[in-house]
Design a protein around this ligand. Sequence first.
Ligand code: SAH
Length: 257
Amino acid sequence: MNYVRPKKHLGQHFLKDENIAKEITLSIAETTKNLLEIGPGTGVLTKYLLKNELLNLNVIEIDTESVAYLKTNFPQLEDRIICEDFLHFPIETLFNHESYTVIGNFPYNISSQILFKVLENRTQIPEVVGMFQKEVAERIASKPGKKTYGILSVLLQAYYDIEYLFTVESNVFVPPPKVKSAVIRVRRNDVAQINCDDKLFFRVVKTAFNQRRKTLRNALGVFTFDADKLPADILAKRAEQLSVEDFVNLTNALILN
Ligand code: SAH
């Protein structure tokens, strides 16, 4: 078997540029030991990762045809292939509950969901290096005041430092996606615990951005705040103007029923 027919519903765009593949695999921290590749497809990244014998590599791939291809072409990978849906797999059980890095040219149709799952498992995932739709990569790296600044920017930046590494044109994929791509690296910051309740913080951020055109007074109408704890004038602002720290302060001013 030497070919996998790309399936649109699985977001399959196979990278053909070996230099880009190599560069992505070289972007993980040198100290990486445990590594999970999401969506290896036909193994363009995997083959470079396998060359590094210090790496303890596992791959998770939903497509049985790709898995058959990998088993044929990379026999040494055999018992490290998990043929499952990443979004439904209990990833905390991987690597004996040790921490691990995540890498991949991610399926674009579920890239946000992959990142939300990473966030849920942030204590175990110190680093993610991966290819995203350029627009998603920009959103993740975006700063307050920009149109692209949103839920993912705030939640990820609360726990991770984001680096936009490079842009990738669509003609290096088969089939080419309609949009450009970008490789980013996210590394866990040194904030062990943000200064407020995580779950409430997530709720406040999501609710604020769900009606991002409104002022926070309106967008966050379902919440009650302790006026003494609120930073001055904050409710007159809109979600996209707030830093991570502002959202933490806002969360700490909540009055819980
Ligand atoms: N890494 C390969 C393939 C990228 S395409 C390359 O760069 O060429 C995205 C890959 O993710 C495909 O192989 C697709 O089958 C896989 N995939 C899609 N949804 C998935 C899911 N929910 N869990 C695991 N893998 C998935």
